[in-house]
Design a protein around this ligand. Structure first.
Ligand SMILES: [Fe+2]
Length: 285
């Protein structure tokens, strides 16, 4: 575990793990695994397993994902720098991605940015500005950024499945260093306008993802697996292309059970300028 805390990203080559052992390995690393919120039943899921997120490019019937399908557009968000599950109020700590079968021809990569080193290099003035900020994370924000034509207006059941969450921008990583907790799901800084929030958030994302802070993993063969810590890194996939061959990658996500797992309290949110959403059907007259 010390190495995981230190490096944040650990790669295992040609593991030979199947779904059950992928899940069993993951269950040793935390109290609970996340259930994929897009799991709509065994019959509608290629992997038939609620603890696994199907993040490959293969449809339920085995065909490759078609350009401009809803799955294609959903995947575009994964090519933006992000932290998995930051849009949950109880966030997740680790993700473990396992490849089944050969990687896509022409090179298949996942990129990671070290948000601890990036934070450490910020000028003190900037650190002071960021110290107490609270960020609203919203899955639908990142989907909209990546694919405005499809996710400009998410479907009601999608919105209901995933309301936003609130976390501090500056946090202490498991190794004790300060880190930034942000990325593409980060929509709003409480107390600031959407425009000002996005300007600062993307300025920070660009700072964190300079080549000097980025490590890129190449997927070489089936069974390759990567275990990363979402609390002290950001990551992104390559975008789907029409010439891409099959990429069958499956993810488990381990829920954070540490002291910062639940983000900020309601009192802290209200003090920072959070406005509760209006609840339809409630009439205070
Ligand atoms: Fe991801």
């Amino acid at each position: 575990m010390d190495n995981q805390h230190k490096y944040a990203v650990i790669i295992f080559r040609s593991t030979g793990l199947d779904n059950a052992r992928h899940i069993a390995f993951s269950q040793q690393l935390g109290e609970k695994l996340e259930i994929n919120p897009f799991f709509y039943g065994i019959e509608k899921d290629r992997l038939r397993e609620p603890f696994l997120w199907d993040v490959g490019n293969i449809e339920l019937d085995g065909s490759l994902v078609k350009k401009d399908s809803r799955r294609w557009h959903h995947s575009l968000g994964n090519a933006l720098w992000h932290t998995d599950s930051s849009y949950h109020q109880q966030r997740s700590k680790y993700s473990i991605l396992l490849s089944h079968g050969n990687p896509s021809k022409g090179g298949s990569w996942t990129h990671f940015a070290d948000t601890r080193r990036a934070y450490a290099d910020l000028p003190q003035e900037k650190k002071d500005e960021l110290e107490n900020l609270i960020v609203e994370h919203d899955l639908w924000h990142s989907r909209k950024l990546a694919s405005p034509q499809v996710y400009g207006n998410p479907l009601p059941h999608e919105l209901a499945a995933k309301p936003p969450a609130h976390h501090r921008l500056v946090q202490v990583a498991p190794d004790g260093r300060k880190t930034l907790y942000l990325a593409a799901h980060a929509k709003l800084i409480l107390g600031r306008s959407l425009e000002d929030s996005q300007k600062l958030l993307w300025e920070l994302i660009e700072h964190c993802t300079q080549p000097k802070y980025v490590f890129s993993m190449e997927w070489l063969s089936g069974g390759d697996m990567v275990w990363w810590d979402n609390r002290q890194s950001m990551h992104r996939a390559n975008t789907y292309t029409e010439s891409m061959t099959a990429r069958d990658v499956r993810r488990t996500t381990i829920i954070d059970d540490g002291p910062l797992a639940y983000g900020v309290s309601l009192e802290d949110k209200l003090a920072a300028g959070w406005v509760p959403p209006e609840i339809e059907g409630v009439d205070d007259a």
